[in-house]
Design a protein around this ligand. Sequence first.
Ligand SMILES: [Zn+2]
Length: 447
Amino acid sequence: MLTTEEIRSRAKALMPGLTEDLKDLVSHASCSFPGYPEEPVHDMRRASMELLEKHGAEVRELDLGEGKPAIYGDMPGPEGAPTVLLYAHYDVQPAPVEAGWDTDPWKAELKNGRLYGRGAADDKSGVIIHAGTLGVFQGDLPVNLRILIEGEEETVSHIGPYVDAHPELFQADTYVIADMGNPAAGVPAVTTTLRGNVVVVVKVSALHHPAHSGLFGGAAPDALLALIKILSTLHDDAGDTIVPGLAKFEWSGSEMDPDAFREAAGMVDGAELIGSGTVGARLWSRPAASVIGIDAPTVKDAANVVIPEAAAKISMRIPPGADSENEVGLLIEHLKNVAPWGVHIEVEKIRVGYPFAAKMDGPAVKAAMEAMAAAYETDAGFMGSGGSIPLVARLQGISPNAEVILWGAEDVAQAKIHASNESVELNEIERLIIAQALTLQTLGGQS
Ligand SMILES: [Zn+2]
C-alpha cells in the first residue's frame, strides 16, 4: 500500500515528463473525421501506446474490423482483486483556423499553468491521466487493470458493436472514464449523468425546380420558408425545447454559476440564457434541440427564386432516464406534423445515443469521491454533463452491476473543448492522477 503522501509525491515527480508527453500528443492532428488525413491518427495511437508502455502498461492494437483501431490492455493485479477498466479516447475534434485560434492548435503552448492546443483537454489529458496512474504504481498494480483508448469517439465509432461481440474483453467491476471535467479547475466533482444525443436530417421539397420569385413568389410554396417554419416550432419563446411528449426531469445535483457559464459559453454582451429553471436543470435534465446545419443557397450565391428544396440537421440532447429511441420518434413525428402547405418532408435518423445515470451509492463512487476530496483537499460534489458518451451505456450493458466513475481534466469553466483555444490546467491532471491512483488502491484494498 502506498500512503496518500507517497501517491502525491510520485504524481508530482511524474508531471514534468507527462507535460512533455502531452505536448507531443497534441502535435498529432488525430482527427478521425472522414476526409481528414489518417497518418496523424495512426501516429497519435502509436505515441499513446509508447507512452502507456513507458509507464508499465502492456497494450496492443485492437482491430475493430472497420475504422481506426483502439488501444487495449489487460494487466493482472493481485489474485481476487476487482477489475477496473480505464477509458479515454485518442481522437480529437477538427481545429479549423477560421474558428479563431490564438495559437497553432497542433503546437502545444503553456500559459499560466494551462497547456493550449486541440485535444490538450479532450481527451489527450485522459490518456496522460491513465499513463500517470500506471506510473504511480510502477508495475505493482492494486487491481486487475484493463485499458481502452478509443480512436473514434468524436466521429462514427466502431467500438460499440465490437464491445457487444467481445464482452469478455471489456467486462469490469468498475469503469473509470477520464473524459469529463470539473465545473472549474480546483473544484472537484464526479459526473453522475450524461445526456444522450439523437441526430436527424429533415429534408423539405416544395417544387420540382427553382421558380422565378417575381413570377411565382407569393403563391408557390418555398421550401426554405417551410423549413424555417418547421424549425421554429422546436422551441418556445423562452428557448425551452417543446416537442410534444419529450421527457424531462428534476435536477438535484451541483449547480453551475450563471456568470461562469456565460463566460465559458462566450455569450455576447446582453445575450440572455435560453430556457427556464436552473442552469443545471437546463444542461443536465431536460431535452435540448439545436439546429446544427442547413442546406440552402448561400447568401453569396442567392438568386431571386422560390427555393425548391432545403434541409436541416437537428441534434437533440436527451436527459438521463429518457429512452432515446422513443424521443427521436417523437421528434420525427413532430417534424412531419408541423410541415406547412403540403410540402414533402423526409426525416432521416442519423444517430441515436443513449443517456446515462450512474449508480451513486456504490463503493467505487464512494471511493472516488473520497479520493477526489483528498487530491483536491476540499469536498467533492456531483455534477451532470451535457455531453454524450454512447459507449458508457454499452459498457453498463455488458457489466450491469459495474459502477462507473466519470471525471477528468476538461474543466467546464475554461477548457473550451470542441472550440478554439482549447486548454487544460496541468494541476488538474496531477490531481486526477492522485485521485485515480487513490481510488484504485482503495478498490484493491477492499478485495
Ligand atoms: Zn471526449
